[in-house]
Design a binder for this molecule. Sequence first.
Ligand code: GAL
Length: 718
Amino acid sequence: MNNFIRSLILVFGMVPAGHALADSTLISSMETLQWEMVAPGVWRTQIGDEQWGALDFASPPRESALTELGPAEFPFDKARCRGDVGPSRTHFRLPIEDTERLYGMGLEFRGANRRGQVYHLKVDHYGGVKGYTHAPVPFYVSSAGYGVLLNTARRPTIHAGISNRKDSKLPPRVDRTTGKGWQARPTSDAVEGSVYGTGLELFVFGGSSPLEAVQRYNLFCGGGVLPPHWGLGFVHRMHTKSSDQDVLKEVAEFEKYDFPLDVLGLEPGWQSAAYPCTFDWDPGRFPDPQGFLDKLAKNGVRVNLWENPFVHPDSTMYEAIRPYTGSHTVWLGEVPDYSLPEARQVMMNHHNKNHLDLGVSGYKFDEVDGFDVWLWPDHATFPSGHDGAQIRQLYGLMLQKLLMDQFRSVNKRTYGLVRGSNAGASSHGFVIYSDYYDHKGYVTALTNCSMAGVLWTPEIRSARSSEEWLRRFQSVAFSPMLQLNAWASGTKPWSFPEVTDQVREVVQLRMRLLPYLYSAFADYQQQGIPPFRAMVLEAGFDGSGTTTGGELDDVENPYAEIQRLEKTDQYMMGPSILVAPAFTGERNKEVVLPNGDWYDFYTGKFVGNGGTISVETQLDRIPLFVKDGGIIPMMPAVNNLATLGTKIPLEVRHYGKQAGTFSLYDDDGETFDYENGEFSVTELRVQKLANGLSGEQGPTIGDWQSRYGAVTWKFMTE
Ligand code: GAL
């Protein structure tokens, strides 16, 4: 519109003939989004300019797996999908139905349902503010069976079914004084969202269920990570002031206490200076890094190094990285711009020479989430030209991609830790952790990570009682990474002697379950199925109303039934185990069961079918339940996974009365050769015969000679 017309409107309040002015307050004035299918069941649209986004740091889509998953319908009315570039923000509007529930929106510590909330997705050290999270993944999943991703480096604001445009479908108006059911947050018929700037890319993932939509999202981001075998073992972290000798003593202590140990984490003090970091070994505490790593390798123990990204002037990579750092420092260290290939190369050269070539197995990347008062300001400038807020939003993701590329270049898998992430991270070998320590919040995060394409560890640091110590060990033993991070207090697994045996037992139970868990991770890698899943990703829990237990009898709260199902203190591990961790002081645990018969993991006894059951907790047992027909391969407990060798005998458990199958996956557990077919899948089958159940091993497919040996079948439910 030219200035003449604008002044006419201002002065006379009129639009000159021939210039019908679009009312920018109406939905119809927004552009209708044009979608292109980019993979089966995946659609993309661009609003405004193409911009830098998280997916630049994801692995390429797993096209064959997406094709195998098959086609899906576009999930909503295309005519109702709108978007526009406004005066300062690019925004979108996608329709939702009244019955839909929304999940996801990154790694959240509270609840499952996201509908009726506003999220300002910003990477931050968890501060309890909605949307401030270690992983502000702008991906949401609908109970109607689709997912939406905003691919951006910016901080999006998402109105998840809240805020009512004047020409949208509005709920009936109720007078608050005389009427009933006035709503402070009237139901809205759309998800609206925006980012600052002139462009936004949106992806829609179709599906016949929320799980299928999540699978498509993960596969589009390269599939899920397959950790090395050792990554699923026990991880222990050393005090920051430890020397090489202290570490060796600690390894001996683990042997003395007959306690599993696969990975030792070194905290900041392995370096010559930390906060900011040199990334160089401290010559006093670690005079001979190669000799030290070799000794640990002989014991089958891997080393993980703590780092934060900020570079100390004494670092041997300081001069090389300096040209590629931003305008501001963090703790007086320089901040590399890892969006630049040159900066990545400097980091890779240094880390290869000083760490990977010596045998370091992975990293714990700290402080990439940060607090505003610690990290660089939003107006910081970086040599790539990206602004400070964008670099921060993607920093943890960029580092994950960089390190993955590095480990891939030497054909070794890694499995480490990171405190900040974003979309597109599913194939990266990193697990998120936090300084936040609420046990229930930890378990909620574990469930929600399945709807963000990330992994989370409810690591243990401390406890006020032996009961809490044991309860926390039980949860972390049933999580993506079994880590004790109690280096600061010096607390050891055996520090609460009254429960040492029970702690050892649950750690051993995890070790025994590794054939099952590793196969669940293979499903993550190949099919995008998260190994740890929120209940809302299970059939019958996804709002489709197929759960028989519990009627919609609460007229006051029409959502009572769906809320009952949106449990975040229980979750699925692999295809058939339901984990319901007990918390300190919890004597009875309410567990909501999906449809079908369910059995107690320990006894094989029937516990229920759908509905809510109340189980009496036992201190030494984490409540675990198995689906009818569930098959669980277990191996002997070992203290170190490197000692396993081949011909590992398997006890294969079957629960319930139904026939079932389990795809037992195996490979070398160390390299990426599985991507070239170097793996094996053996089908374990239970059939119903006239005289009862019978188990057999089906054929093995794949080029890899599986490490598993003789199978003993155990029918848990007689
Ligand atoms: C914290 C981190 C801890 C520990 C510590 C080392 O920020 O969350 O896990 O690594 O730094 O100083």
